[in-house]
Ligand binder design. Structure first.
Ligand code: AMP
Length: 399
């Protein structure tokens, strides 16, 4: 079964087998050993194409099994000891570490080694890892460029490139770094790009840096299945009591999103003072603290995690039952990504959004994307804000 840095939760699979995708016996055995019985739709679609060396654009959300979709062909096609041959660019440190955990398992039979180059941790262990001539690099863009500038790594022999969660990388402002890295890579290579959405910038990158990519789209149409959306429109001063009431109402594992780091800290302290088992995650915390928070949340010793969007992107924890948007997200994409932390794979989940009247324009945009109106709900003791078009006049109420 799965261990270590690989999260586990139910995921939709196909009826097929890994063997018929063209994978070799040792890889199929490694897959079986960790408990994957059938490929997920993205794995079934990507693996045979990737094994032939073609460029691939995979439209898929986190939680669809895309890490294995690109890791298995890489492990299959690389041979050990010929310099850094594969590069996987990840948007966040957490995603990079999960990817390394996969590659360590699947590369073991082929004697492949992977180095992880992520920011906000010491350079020295990474320099030591690079001295051992790894075959694969998993890196966040900023730290990779630091190493390139210091000449501690060479990208000259890269044959396979993966841009993982490309839309997240853009959201995080990594476009200049991505371009810089892409220009430094050999032109003769295979590129696989994964993204939950295809904004124009991603299309441009695909046009400029990929060769006749095969496009695979397994994103759910409209609302992601398994998620119930709920909206709590309240007065600004009622946001905090509404959150506390929601935490009493739904007792499962809960991820609370705030927009700003200082609000994540503020809520964390409030919840802690009230005796809630809470932990927090934002980009001002050290890598060690973030790993610790995630572990506590994952293991269930702390049922509530308060996070900002950037930190929240890397959270792949099975069994999150409830996502609460304490602040409405700034973009529809963020709403979808936040919500995607729950109901992962085949599970069910709730996304509750606490909003004030000022957020209603964003609510409308979210509803247009979801293709459904989010049910308005009320929570214990908090008077809901009545939206204008529905507010009956006093006279009419008296009649
Ligand atoms: P990912 O989208 O790569 O983050 O994977 C999401 C989750 O699905 C992780 O918990 C994986 O361990 C799990 N997973 C990936 N592929 C399979 C599979 N074929 N069968 C069962 N679980 C899988």
């Amino acid at each position: 079964m799965l261990t270590g840095g690989i999260p586990q939760h139910p995921v939709e699979t196909t009826a097929g087998s890994f063997r018929e995708l063209g994978l070799s016996q040792p890889i199929v055995e490694a897959v079986e050993k960790i408990g994957f019985e059938h490929p997920t739709p993205i794995q079934a679609a990507v693996i045979p194409t990737a094994l032939q060396g073609q460029d691939v654009i995979g439209l898929a959300q986190t939680g669809s099994g895309k890490t294995a979709a690109f890791s298995l062909p890489i492990a299959e096609r690389l041979t050990h000891g010929r310099g850094v041959r594969a590069l996987i660019l990840s948007p966040t440190r957490e995603i990079a570490m999960q990817t390394k955990a996969f590659l360590d398992i699947f590369g073991a039979d082929h004697n492949l080694s992977t180095a992880c180059l992520i920011g906000a941790v010491k350079m020295k262990p990474q320099l030591a890892a690079l001295k051992k001539t790894p075959d694969i690099l998993v890196a966040t863009p900023g730290r990779l460029l630091d190493h390139v500038m210091r000449r501690s790594v060479s990208l000259d022999a890269i044959e396979q490139l993966v841009l993982d969660e490309a839309d997240h990388m853009l959201d995080l402002g990594f476009l200049p770094q991505m371009r810089d890295i892409l220009r430094r890579l050999p032109r003769e290579r295979q590129t696989m790009m994964f993204s939950a959405t295809m904004p124009d910038t991603i299309e441009m990158i695909a046009k400029e840096f990929m060769r006749e990519p095969v496009r695979v789209d397994i994103t759910p149409q409209g609302a992601a299945s398994g998620i119930s959306h709920r909206l709590y429109v309240v007065k600004a001063e009622d946001k905090r009591p509404a959150l506390l009431a929601l935490l009493q109402q739904e007792l499962g594992s809960t991820l609370v999103f705030t927009r700003r780091k200082m609000d994540a800290d503020w809520l964390y302290h409030i919840l802690q003072r009230q005796g809630h088992p809470v932990t927090r995650m934002h980009s001002d915390l050290s890598q060690g603290k973030r790993v610790q928070s995630l572990e506590r949340f994952r293991k269930g010793s702390h049922r509530i995690l308060v996070a900002t969007d950037i930190a929240g992107r890397g959270i792949d924890v099975p069994g999150i039952e409830h996502v609460i948007n304490f602040d409405i997200p700034e973009t529809v994409e963020d709403y979808i990504h936040r919500g995607g932390r729950t109901a992962r794979g085949a599970a069910q989940g709730i996304v509750s959004t606490i909003a004030t009247w000022q957020d209603l324009a964003m609510v409308k945009q979210i509803e247009t994307t979801l293709g459904e109106k989010i049910p308005r709900c009320a929570v214990g003791g908090i008077e809901p804000w009545v939206e204008m078009e529905k507010k009956p006049s006093r006279e009419r109420r008296r009649v």
